[in-house]
Structures are given as C-alpha cells and as structure tokens.
Write a protein of this length. Structure first.
Length: 290
C-alpha cells in the first residue's frame, strides 16, 4: 500500500503506536494494531458503556434515583465545603462525563444552585472544557479502534460517525459550537461522537469553550430559579413531598434531553446511511467507467 494513501488520515488523532505501514481494508479503513495500551483503553471504554447502560436502567426504573444520586453524592459534599468546593466540582464534572446517562446539564444546574449565575457560569465553562477533552480522548483512543476493528462492516455506530464527519466537514468549528450551545442537546454524547470522528482536538476544544458559554449561563440561571431564593443548604433539608417534587423536576429535564438525544441518533443514522449509499454508488460508477 502506497505511503500517499496511508497519510490521508492525518486529520484524526492517531495513537502513537499506530505505525504508517498499517494495511487498509478495501474501503480504505485502517486495520487495527492491538497494542497493550490500546487494549486497555478499549476495555475501559467498554466498561464505561456498560456502567452507563446500567445507570440509565436505574433512572428509568426508580423515579427518585437520579435526584438522590445528585443530591447525596454531588450537592451534599460541595455545600459543606464552601468555595473550596469549586475544585471538587470540576473533578466531579470530569467523573460525571464518563457516566453518560447522568447528564452534565444537571451538573451545570447544580453549579447555579451552589455558586449563583456568574460563578456558576465560570466553573461550568471550565468544567465543560475539561470533561469534554477527557471524553474526547477516551473515545478517540478507545472507541475509534472498536469501529475500525469491524473492518468493512457498516453498523449503526459507523453511520452515526459518517454523519458526524460530514457535518463537521461542512460546518467546521460551528458544528460543535451549535451542538454545545443548544441547552437540550446532551453534552457528553457529542464529546464521544466527536472523539470517534475526524475532527482535530484543537478545533474541538475551541468550539467546546465557545459553545459552553451560553449553555452554562442557561443552566446556572435555571439552578438559581429552582432554589426560589433559598440558600444551597435548603436542598438538603427537603421533606419527602418536596424531595419527590424535586425528583420530578430533575427527571423531566433529563428525559427532555435524553429524548432529543434519541432523535439525533435516529436522524444521524439515517443521514449516515444515505451518505454511505451515495458513496457506494459513486464508487461503483467510477469502477464501471474504468
């Protein structure tokens, strides 16, 4: 295989261990070299997917599960720490980004509850960029090899990535900015999808920063409104009736965001399928002409 063909994939963030002499499939896809580092990252990626599915099932089964997790394991420790909690908040945002069904949007909402609109905006943007970079890296190093290892078989995930690549190719940095800025578009799946697409990480990081600003403002404001003028400690002293009402509010936000995600996946899959068929038709016609 010629070096000119092998150098065409420089837009993606390649693993250092991936050598230039990798052979390609008939569709131009690189065959995966399974190094120890890559196997570990793929295993970690698969574990995260399994945990995420388990958490999603619990959220659907137990109506108070989501709010209870956020209140007891996120809000409660932070409320008691004062402004030092900002550092823990940022760390928890990164951890949250690894468990996709707990949306970062609800974490940003908690930032508004804890710190108000403007400080909530600041920590929200910083946390969004940090968590976005981490999930992008994990998806690129652990998720992309899974797709490449399927060879020429085109599945649901492949079609989604095809649509994502085309979207980024057409709109560039604006594709990620818009995806970040719209409040009801789930943040973390976009990070993972971008990681397994061909977008450059510098372009991705800049777009994430810009798009996170309006998103963080929206959820910080919403968090302040949900407290209705009460101090953050109020959330820890709710009666059972208030707790169930708050759980309902959090669940409503979650299912709106999750519903938009499902719709995006369906549309992207259909779009990717259409793009793939058009590409196959063009390739067939070019071979016939030859």
């Amino acid at each position: 295989m010629s070096s000119s063909i092998e150098s065409s994939n420089t837009d993606s963030v390649d693993d250092d261990s991936l050598k230039n002499d990798d052979s390609l499939t008939p569709t131009g896809r690189k065959k995966v070299v399974w190094t120890k580092k890559r196997i570990v990252l793929v295993a970690f990626f698969v574990i995260l997917v399994i945990i995420s599915v388990a958490v999603l099932i619990m959220i659907i089964i137990d109506k108070t599960f989501l709010f209870e997790i956020i209140r007891d394991y996120f809000l409660a420790p932070l409320v008691r720490m004062g402004y030092w909690s900002i550092f823990l908040f940022l760390a928890l945002m990164i951890i949250q980004s690894l468990i996709v069904p707990i949306p970062s949007e609800l974490v940003l909402l908690c930032g508004g509850m804890l710190y108000g609109i403007w400080l909530g905006l600041l920590v929200g943007v910083i946390g969004s960029v940090l968590s976005g970079v981490v999930t992008f890296y994990i998806a690129n190093k652990g998720g992309r090899p899974i797709l490449e290892s399927t060879g020429d078989h085109i599945g649901f995930a492949d079609r989604f990535v095809i649509a994502m690549d085309k979207w980024i190719e057409k709109w560039g940095v604006w594709a990620i900015i818009v995806g970040r800025a719209v409040p009801v578009v789930m943040f973390d799946p976009i990070s993972y999808a971008a990681g397994i697409s061909n977008i450059r990480w510098k372009q991705y990081t800049l777009a994430t920063f810009i798009g996170s600003i309006p998103r963080s403002i929206f959820y910080a404001f919403l968090g302040v409104k949900l407290l209705s003028g009460n101090a953050p400690e109020y959330i820890l002293t709710l009666t059972q009736e208030q707790f169930e009402a708050a759980s309902g509010q959090f669940n409503m936000i979650f299912f709106i965001i999750f519903g938009v995600l499902i719709l995006m996946l369906i549309v992207a899959s259909i779009t990717g399928h259409i793009i793939q068929k058009k590409s196959e038709k063009v390739n067939l016609e070019s071979k016939t002409d030859e």
